[in-house]
Write a protein that binds this ligand. Sequence first.
Ligand code: SF4
Length: 224
Amino acid sequence: MESTTIVETIPIFENNAVAHLLEGMRYRSSSRHINLSDTFEELITPHLQYRIIKIDHINKGSVHLRGGLNLSSPILAKVMKNCEHAVCFIATIGSDVEGEITRLSEENHLSYAYILDTMGSTVIESMVDKFHKSMGKQYGAKGRGVTLRFSPGYCDWHITEQEKLFRALDSNHLDVELTDSCLMRPRKSISGIFGVLPSSINPPALPYNPCSKCKKKNCPSRRN
Ligand code: SF4
């Protein structure tokens, strides 16, 4: 895929796939069953927007995208080495689930609120994983590959760089906003980037994984 300006908003999976993903997550209260899977399915609106952008150049400390956006992270620069294009994305499951979490908390259903919150985190991660794998498959069919994905806040890539990713996506059709501290609202949203390895590397190189040499053993974003 050579285009540099693809912007698409795609429903990343059908809501009924959630039931499958969360199969068995049914919980008993003292007087009744609460089927959080059904509630959850009704609450989420999963969408993902992405854009493929040409990389102008990469130096030791930063990745320079066409259009003048410079992403500052020596680790990201190493991960993206040899890449010609970058895929920038933002995914969300919408804000209704958060409203329900707040309502449950206010009514003192703290365990249900916690479980719904965990479901939200699981599903948004799963959505982005699915997208990343699907792009890897598409590029793999052309003898290419994709790098691991990274989000602002990973490794040495500062959270404030989130603002650049939002700019890279031109317009944000998903109603995801950035707070003053560069966190996303709705909270169950993920932004990130991965590189597309060129076809001249044959067979495509295995993506560089900075985690293999990293000393942060307890990092929640660690990939083994
Ligand atoms: S473990 Fe991996 S994701 Fe976490 S800081 Fe180290 S290199 Fe980055």
